[in-house]
Each structure stands twice: as structure tokens, then as C-alpha cells.
Design a protein around this ligand. Structure first.
Ligand SMILES: Nc1ncnc2c1ncn2[C@@H]1O[C@H](COP(=O)(O)OP(=O)(O)OP(=O)(O)O)[C@@H](O)[C@H]1O
Ligand SMILES: [Mg+2]
Length: 443
């Protein structure tokens, strides 16, 4: 079971097990040598070891990206996943059923029903209209004319091509042609979509738009997508998980966060060093535990002690189940304590900037600049999961580990000297309470 973008645990849609593909006169022999420990270079005189010992599982509803330089074996790998190429060794299973070695007729059925593919160069039928191109997969499936038309029209609208149904591919821009390719794959209504460099021919702005649209469509339609690219930023933006390939081998499989923050080897580390980290790293990936936190029911004195001990000027206030209520400032709480008031809620303010755990750091700059306090990360039930101080944001972008002492966790530091707070607490209660440390009691 794997967690997907939508957060639901799910079944395995595609599984590759010990996959090898060699090209040459005696591919089996090449693979036998590889299995005996020969390197790719050592078998090069006999042929090309295009994919070497690849194993992975793709969960249903996941966007799984395969990334690597030209010639690393990406296309060979994806063609084995839908049976266009038979593996030299190893097995591919689709929805739990092995497809390696099954009769050609059955394989065609699998491709019709379960797996569709979007290619880099659109592969549209030039003499057919946009509508007929989009409906092509349905036609192959044997769906009747009226239903095909209806389903294709709906999908054409979804990819933003409403009104273009009767045009020929040659009348469309590259970006629009790519949308037709996508519409055709989506209209077939297969659960699994294979996309080989599907956006590579598009110019950067349209490409970005298509990436965003794909993520949206995936969230709505719940498809399983295997997406191939040699573009790192694209891989990082789209992938729930990414497989990094080099010379036929998978070097690492992990979430974009994993690959950025914990690369498996120097190759992967070098490969990802130029990535646009702000667009990849998520709030959940960089947040820190919130330390200056008090419970709404704990009262002003407890809040003041927390701020004194952590030397912060503010504290987050949480209610039942750690739901974020707001923040209190040391000056306000100090006044409350002096007046002997007991209700912390009366000084709680709501000016704390919040974000969700999936937000990318690029979405946090503005929040962070506008807010004196760290940005609070809350889940969909407003529970406080962690905080992102500015220093953490900068450190994550610069790929350095921040010195995250408690001072960094909430800012700016208190303007009231510790002694003054202690004396105020002393003057208003017994000594034992004033000196009691907040450790353990407040979180
Ligand atoms: N049909 C074939 N016959 C012989 N060699 C092949 C064949 N297909 C691929 N190869 C070789 O296998 C290796 C991997 O090729 P593949 O097309 O899978 O790479 P890729 O990662 O998709 O590259 P690109 O980013 O350029 O598309 C290359 O060395 C290629 O020359
Ligand atoms: Mg390729």
C-alpha cells in the first residue's frame, strides 16, 4: 500500500519485477552476464543493456515519474510496461495480472481496456478531425458512434479545446495538438496512462500550463499516471514519486522531497542540484515542530511562562485536538497577568498566517514576508502540525541545514527581559509556580 497525492491508500496498478531489456543478437546471453555481475560496458560489444534489473510498484491513483538523461532507458522501460516491448527477463503486472508472455490477442485487450499511452510527437491521425482523433481509442474499443461522440466531446472540453472539434490537427498549434493526444488517452477511460515525454515538444509556458492541468485532471479522475521526462523540474512538480534512471538502472525511487533532501548517491545529488526547490519542497517537508504553544484553557500565566522559557514574544494558542485558535503576544499577556485576569482567549489575536502541508514553498514567500510570526502549517481540520520560520524557508531553498534552535522557531524574540517576566509572575503568585519550568507541561 502506498500513500498517493489524494492521501488514500490503494492497490498496486503496475508492477515491474526484475525487469531486463537487452538489444543485440543474443539478448538473453547479455542479461545472463549482467546477472552474473557484468557491467553495462562489459557487455557493450554484444549489444545494449537498455534496462537493467528494474523493480518498482506504482499505486493506483499515483503519478509516477521516470526521469533520466537521454539514453538512460526510460522509453524502453515504459514500452515494456504496456507490452509494446517484451522484457528479455522479468515480469510486468497490470492490476495484479502478469502480462509478460501472454498471447498477443490478450495483450491487445489489456492495452485497450487498461493502459493508454500519450507520445511525445502527438501521433495524431492527420486526416481526422480533433473529435475523431479524441474518439479513436473508443472506436478501437468498439464503442458506438453516439456514445463515442458524447464522451470525446466532454473530454475535449476538459482539456480546453471546446470549439475546435471539427478542425484538423494541422490547423492546431503544437500545444493544442498535445491536448488532443491527451484527450484521446483520457477518452479511452483506461485507469492507467503512460506518457512518454508528452510535454517535451511544448514551449515553456504552455508546458507549465499542461503540467498544472494534468495534476488537476489526475486529482479529479484518479488515473494512475506513469510519466517520463528528462526535465527535472517537470519530474519534481508532477511526481508523487520519481524513479531516477542512469545507464539502464534505477538509482533511486522516492518522493520529490526524499530525492532532494536525501539523494541515494552522488549521481542523484548532482542530478538534482539545480532544481527549482521552491516549486518542489512542500510545507510538510520543511516545517519544524511548533514549540511556543499553549492550550487555550491553560491561562495567561502558563502562556507567559512558555514565552519566557523559550524567549519568544508570542505563542500559538491551540484548542481541543491541537486546533489552532490564534496567537498571544507577551505584552498583552503580561498585562493580563498583572491585572489577575484568567481568560487567555480575551487576548488571542487571529493574525497568524497559515498554510496546508502540501503547499509548495513558492506559495509561502508572500505569507512569510507579511507575517511577523512563522507561518503555521495546519491540516484540513485546522490542527497545528508545525511552523515555518523565515530562516527555515531560506535554509531549505539554499539547501543548507538551518541552525534551528528554539529561537528560530518563533520570531521576533521577546522584548520583555526574562527577569521582568519572572518578577511579574512572582509578584502575582507563589514562587514555586513562577520558577516552574514549562517543560513537559505545555505541549
Ligand atoms: N530498438 C532498439 N534497438 C537497439 N537499441 C535500442 C533500441 N531501443 C533503444 N535502444 C538503446 O537502448 C538505450 C536506451 O534507449 P531509450 O530509448 O530507452 O532511452 P531514453 O531514456 O528513452 O532516451 P531519450 O531521453 O533520448 O528518449 C539507448 O542506448 C538506445 O540506443
Ligand atoms: Mg525516450
Amino acid at each position: 500500500m502506498t500513500e498517493t497525492r489524494t492521501g488514500t491508500a490503494s492497490t498496486i496498478a503496475v508492477e515491474a519485477k526484475d525487469l531486463y531489456k537487452a538489444f543485440g543478437r543474443r539478448p538473453k546471453e547479455i542479461v545472463r552476464k549482467l546477472k552474473d555481475g557484468a557491467s553495462r560496458d562489459e557487455v557493450a560489444s554484444q549489444g545494449t543493456a537498455a534496462v537493467i534489473d528494474a523493480s518498482f510498484q506504482v499505486a493506483s491513483g499515483e503519478i509516477f515519474v521516470v526521469m533520466g538523461l537521454s539514453g538512460s532507458g526510460k522509453s524502453t522501460l515504459i514500452r515494456m510496461l504496456n507490452g509494446l516491448l517484451p522484457p528479455t527477463s522479468g515480469t510486468v503486472s497490470i492490476m495484479g495480472t502478469p502480462i509478460s508472455g501472454i498471447p498477443a490477442k490478450e495483450l491487445r485487450e489489456v492495452r485497450k481496456r487498461n493502459v493508454s499511452m500519450v507520445f511525445q510527437h502527438f501521433a495524431l491521425l492527420p486526416h481526422r478531425t480533433v473529435l475523431d482523433n479524441a474518439a479513436y481509442g473508443l472506436e478501437v474499443q468498439g464503442v458506438g458512434l453516439a456514445e463515442r461522440r458524447e464522451r470525446a466531446l466532454a473530454i475535449i472540453a476538459r482539456v480546453g479545446l471546446a470549439g475546435w472539434e471539427d478542425k484538423l490537427p494541422s490547423e492546431l498549434s503544437g500545444g493544442m495538438q498535445q491536448r488532443v493526444g491527451l484527450a484521446r488517452a483520457l477518452a479511452s477511460d483506461t485507469d492507467i496512462l503512460l506518457m512518454d515525454e508528452a510535454f517535451s515538444a511544448l514551449d515553456p509556458l504552455i508546458r507549465r500550463e499542461m503540467q498544472e492541468q494534468l495534476v488537476e485532471l489526475q486529482a479529479e479522475l484518479g488515473k494512475t499516471i506513469i510519466f517520463i521526462t528528462h526535465d527535472l523540474n517537470e519530474a519534481m512538480f508532477l511526481g508523487d514519486r520519481i524513479a531516477v534512471m542512469r545507464d539502464g538502472r534505477i538509482m533511486q525511487v522516492g518522493t520529490p522531497d526524499d530525492i532532494l533532501t536525501d539523494p541515494a548517491n552522488d549521481y542523484v545529488a548532482q542530478f538534482v542540484q539545480d532544481v527549482d526547490r521552491a516549486r518542489v519542497l512542500t510545507a510538510a517537508g520543511v516545517m519544524e515542530p511548533a514549540k511556543a504553544v499553549v492550550s487555550a484553557s491553560a491561562g495567561p500565566r502558563a502562556a507567559l511562562r512558555v514565552m519566557r522559557d523559550l524567549q519568544t514574544s508570542a505563542a500559538f494558542v491551540v484548542g481541543n485536538g491541537r486546533t489552532l485558535v490564534g496567537v498571544v503576544r507577551d505584552n498583552d499577556v503580561m498585562k493580563q497577568v498583572k491585572r489577575g485576569e484568567a481568560d487567555l482567549m480575551s487576548v488571542v489575536v487571529n493574525d497568524v498566517a497559515t498554510t496546508n502541508p502540501e503547499a509548495h514553498l513558492s506559495d509561502l514567500f508572500e505569507l512569510s514576508v507579511e507575517s511577523a510570526l512563522p507561518v503555521a502549517v495546519v491540516d484540513d481540520r485546522q490542527r497545528l502540525l508545525g511552523v515555518i520560520p523565515r530562516i527555515t524557508l531560506l535554509a531549505a531553498l539554499g539547501n543548507v541545514s538551518a541552525v534551528t534552535g528554539e529561537m528560530a522557531v518563533i520570531e521576533p524574540p521577546s522584548t520583555i527581559p526574562v527577569d521582568v517576566i519572572t518578577q511579574t509572575l512572582l509578584a502575582t503568585a507563589d514562587a514555586e509556580e513562577a520558577f516552574a519550568t514549562t517543560e513537559g507541561g505545555t505541549r
